[in-house]
Design a protein around this ligand. Sequence first.
Ligand SMILES: [Zn+2]
Ligand SMILES: [Zn+2]
Length: 382
Amino acid sequence: MKLSTDFSGLRNLVEELNCAHRTYTPDFFLARRTKGIADILAPFEQLSEGLKLGEDIPLEQIQSRSGVFDFMGQQVIVYMPNQAEKINEVLDEPKSGSCFHLAECKVIEEKRMKTSLADHFIINRVDGVFPVYGIDPVTKKKVKGSSALHVCRYCLEILNYKGYFYLPFSKKKAITEPFDFEAFFENYTSHFKPVLWAKEKSESAPNDDLVRKIKEELDYGCEECGVNLKESSSLLQLYHINGLLSDNRRANIKLLCDDCNKKQLHVGYSYVKRRSILEINRRRREQNKFESVNYQKLEKSADSALFGLISKCRKHNIALPELGLSLLHENKNIDIDLAWTRKKVAILIDLSEQNVFEEAGWLVYSPHQALTQFDVFQKKVR
Ligand SMILES: [Zn+2]
Ligand SMILES: [Zn+2]
C-alpha cells in the first residue's frame, strides 16, 4: 500500500475554514508515514495469509530471544487459525476467537513444551485481521473467513509493554482496544533487522537543501533533547508538527534526532536502528545531557524497546541505570544499552558480544531475560 496521496487541496480547504492545524491532525495520520509497515514487510508477502508452524516453517525458526517473536529477523505474530466449532461465532463477533501472541508468554511456553504449537500460524499483517477456519457445528462443513482477534494479555504483561503490568484496568483497555500493531512493532525496531525499508523517499518529503539549511541554522542540535549531532548529522530528521510532510513552512518544522523523532506522536511507523540510538545516547552522555537524570528523564532517552524493563525497575525502586556507556575492548568501544556500572550489570539488546562483557567481569542480561527472571536480576543490581 503506497501512501502518496496529496492532501494539500484538502488542507487548504480546512485552512479556509479557519480550523487550527492541531484539531485535524488525526485525519491525516497516514499522510506523514513515509512508508507504512505493510510496505516494509511486503517482501514477506506469503506471511500475510499465515504460514503453518512446524510445516511451512520449522518451529525452531521462530525465535524470541528478544522476547518478541521473530522469523528471519522480522517481527511476526503467532496465532491459531483453527477456531473449530466456534467458527461462526468468531466470524460474526470479532474478538470472540482465540487470542494472538506477540511474545514468549506463559501460554506459548506451555505449548512449546507440549509441542502443540504445530497448529499455529505465523503472520505479519498489521491490520488486525486474521485468516481463520473451522467446522460448522450443524452442517459439519469447513468454513473459512477472516476475523479480528484479540491480543494476549500475558504477552503484554511479560514484555511490560508501555508499563502494561502496572496499569489500571482502564489504561490496559486503552492499549488493547483497539490494539495498535504498528505502534507495537515500532516500539521494538531495535531488536530487528534494519531491512528493506528506507530506500524510497516519500515524494512529499522535504528536499535535501531544506534539510541542510535547517541543520545548519540550528548547528545540528536536536530541538527536543539538545544533543548535538554535527559529526553524525544523518541521525537528525525534520519533524512536521502538524503531521503534513508537504507543509514545509519553517514554523511547522522541528529538527529532531532519530530517537526524539521516533517518540513523537503522529510519526507513524518509523524504523530506528539499535546502533543509532546507542550513538545518540553516547553523544548525549559526552555532552553532559545525563547530568541530574532521574527515571522520568531516563525513560524519555532510552530505546523504547527498554521501556518495559525500565518502568519495572522504577516500580521496584531499583538504583537508576545509565545510558550511553561503552566497554573498551581491543581499542574498540562496545556500546551498552543499559548499565549499572557499580554492579557491573549490563543489558544488551544484541547478545552477540556477551562473552566480551563476561570476560571483563560483567553480568549480562537481555531485556527479556531481566524481565522474566526479575527476582534474580533485581538482586544483582541492588
Ligand atoms: Zn501470549
Ligand atoms: Zn533528540
